[in-house]
Write a protein that binds this ligand. Sequence first.
Ligand SMILES: NC(=O)c1ccc[n+]([C@@H]2O[C@H](COP(=O)([O-])OP(=O)(O)OC[C@H]3O[C@@H](n4cnc5c(N)ncnc54)[C@H](O)[C@@H]3O)[C@@H](O)[C@H]2O)c1
Length: 330
Amino acid sequence: MRIAVFDSKRYDRIALNDANHAGHELEFFDDRLNKSTVPLAAGFDVVCPFVNDRVDEATLTELKRLGVGHVALRSAGYNGVDIAAAARLGIVVTRVPAYSPEAVAEHVFALLLTLVRKTHRAFNRVRDANFSLDGLVGFNLHGRTFGVVGAGKIGRAALDIANGFGMKLLAYDRTPDPALEQAVGCRFVPLPELLAQADIVSLHAPLFPETRHMISAESLATMKRGAVIINTSRGGLIDSSALLDALKSGQVGGVGLDVYEYEEGVFFEDLSGSAVQDDVLARLTTFPNVVITSHQGFLTDEALAAIAETVMQNVADFAAGKPLVNAVLP
Ligand SMILES: NC(=O)c1ccc[n+]([C@@H]2O[C@H](COP(=O)([O-])OP(=O)(O)OC[C@H]3O[C@@H](n4cnc5c(N)ncnc54)[C@H](O)[C@@H]3O)[C@@H](O)[C@H]2O)c1
């Protein structure tokens, strides 16, 4: 198979080449796949996009015309692909449903501990020979209430870690799981109850039309004053302008973002030589109680290797005409 890998970085090249046991022909492009870049897919059987590629109906129609039969995502989320259009066109879409939920869940706590113990500020101070502790008072996680929105693979892994910290655990999911309540000692509650009670709200629901802006001006107003929000799922779950207002008013006490609503074209890029054009993002970076990382929850050796192995297995199954266990269906 000839595979065009879009939006590829050095670490993708290493991991996918290592997992290419069958000797498929891999070509790596820096560009994100969208309707402008789709001509690059000419002559390939498979395209391999990432989270910020826009595989919309126009792009899929052109992929079909070029003879591409398989969109092999190297992510769990698939909100960037028009799944219904792919099905209509007879293009199969696969994803990597699970690679290392722990990688993302551990990143939740990297963000959370940074925020609540202000280590980002301490790090900068000490480098500047400022050893004062003024303004660095944090709070214990032990005894606080941790609420996950979306108790799937990553949400569960986050609950497990929070359990180790001695936190009270709440969960909201459209399909509550009584077995999980038993396993980690969490309690499933409706979303309004979780938002009203949690000291920390960690988002793990996928981005669908119905989950877009589930954290809005209205829901932010119902949260505990000073609560911390962590989002490692998809930026569109939060109305970013409303979040900015809640930070300014102090309604939200801290925010850790690994994803951002308008991250496409910004995250994963080195824009240090130019001005950030997104005023909301630029303003968010000015708050001392906001920590932003550039969608790196998945970025561990273990996760990259597991992603690459699953992508190459999905391609091998497609090539062999076998059932695609990781197919995304409308
Ligand atoms: N930051 C990163 O690098 C990174 C890496 C991997 C995944 N992700 C994101 O994390 C998300 C979660 O991944 P996962 O592996 O845990 O997925 P998952 O499918 O195992 O879990 C998602 C959970 O959300 C629930 N859910 C779906 N719709 C809901 C709704 N409307 N309201 C409440 N709950 C709802 C599902 O029932 C499920 O339990 C992915 O969708 C992806 O966007 C981010």
